[in-house]
Design a protein. Structure first.
Length: 130
């Protein structure tokens, strides 16, 4: 079995309760792995701010699952809102339809990436630590 190493202290993470995966764009993309204690130190000492101070960028555990589910609901409700209230009031032309389609596809891509990242973290790390 492959060892899961913390990106801060480079020691092995042995417990699922001690494992935290965080979205990051710099220096490691798309996520970093931490012990819970190393992550709290990382939040205190970092210079480059990517995720909010409260740690809402966490994508592992129950918070990551809740975030993915909330993202799905927000996407679905925004699509329903847009196509029932906003879209009928836009003057219909080929250009307007193309713009609407582009925004819809961008939202769909971000939703798919969020879900795939969450599933990847679960199967690659959390399932092994359970």
């Amino acid at each position: 079995m492959e060892k899961i190493l913390c990106d801060r202290c480079h020691k092995e993470i042995k417990s699922n309760k001690d494992f935290i995966a965080v979205t990051q764009y710099y220096p490691k993309f798309p996520y970093s792995k931490f012990h819970a204690s190393c992550y709290s130190e990382f939040l205190k000492n970092r210079f480059w701010v990517i995720t909010p101070k409260d740690g809402s960028g966490v994508i592992s555990g129950k918070n990551g699952t809740r975030g993915a589910i909330i993202g799905i609901f927000l996407f679905v409700f925004s699509i329903i809102f847009f196509f029932t209230l906003v879209y009928p009031r836009i003057p219909h032309s080929t250009f307007a339809n193309i713009i609407v389609l582009i925004f819809f596809l961008i939202g769909l891509i971000f939703l798919a990436l969020t879900i795939l990242l969450r599933v990847h973290i679960y199967y690659k790390f959390e399932k092994k630590l359970a």
